[in-house]
Design a binder for this molecule. Structure first.
Ligand code: 5GP
Ligand code: ZN
Length: 114
């Protein structure tokens, strides 16, 4: 079995607080939330990061973003606003190497990020 933490969440071999799922993605709350809403959306299929995607993965990317929109609605932050983040590689601050979209909301988020 894959040693990837997020693959284990997809397979339900480690627990997570599920928020949304469909045939392509799974969404669950971040274990260390940085905002009142902090949900991660991952493709069921393993990709280490967005850097691994090909032009042919355009539909997968669309699914991630549209799932983010649904999660924002489910979490009640659609009207107040929210932010999508995809950390990539060392300078991007990525710590789990299974592609994921952060959905952050529920408070004012500063810009630029640190
Ligand atoms: P990254 O830094 O790679 O962009 O984001 C990884 C995120 O995964 C972090 O925000 C971290 O808190 C979250 N995370 C790490 N391990 C777990 C876990 O076991 N369960 C959940 N739900 N989130 C995790
Ligand atoms: Zn994985």
């Amino acid at each position: 079995m894959s040693e990837c933490l997020f693959c284990k969440i997809v397979l339900r071999t480690i627990p997570a607080t599920l928020v949304y799922e469909d045939d392509t993605v799974v969404a669950f709350d971040d274990i260390n939330p940085q905002a009142p809403t902090h949900t991660l959306i991952i493709p069921r299929k393993h990709f280490a990061s967005i850097a691994e995607l090909q032009d042919s993965d355009v539909e997968l990317l669309g699914c991630l973003m549209l799932a983010g929109k649904k999660v924002a609605k489910l979490k009640g932050v659609s009207d107040s606003g929210y932010r999508f983040v995809v950390n990539t590689g060392a300078h991007g601050g990525q710590s789990v190497f299974h592609l994921h979209l952060h959905v952050l909301g529920g408070r004012h988020l500063a810009w630029p990020p640190g």
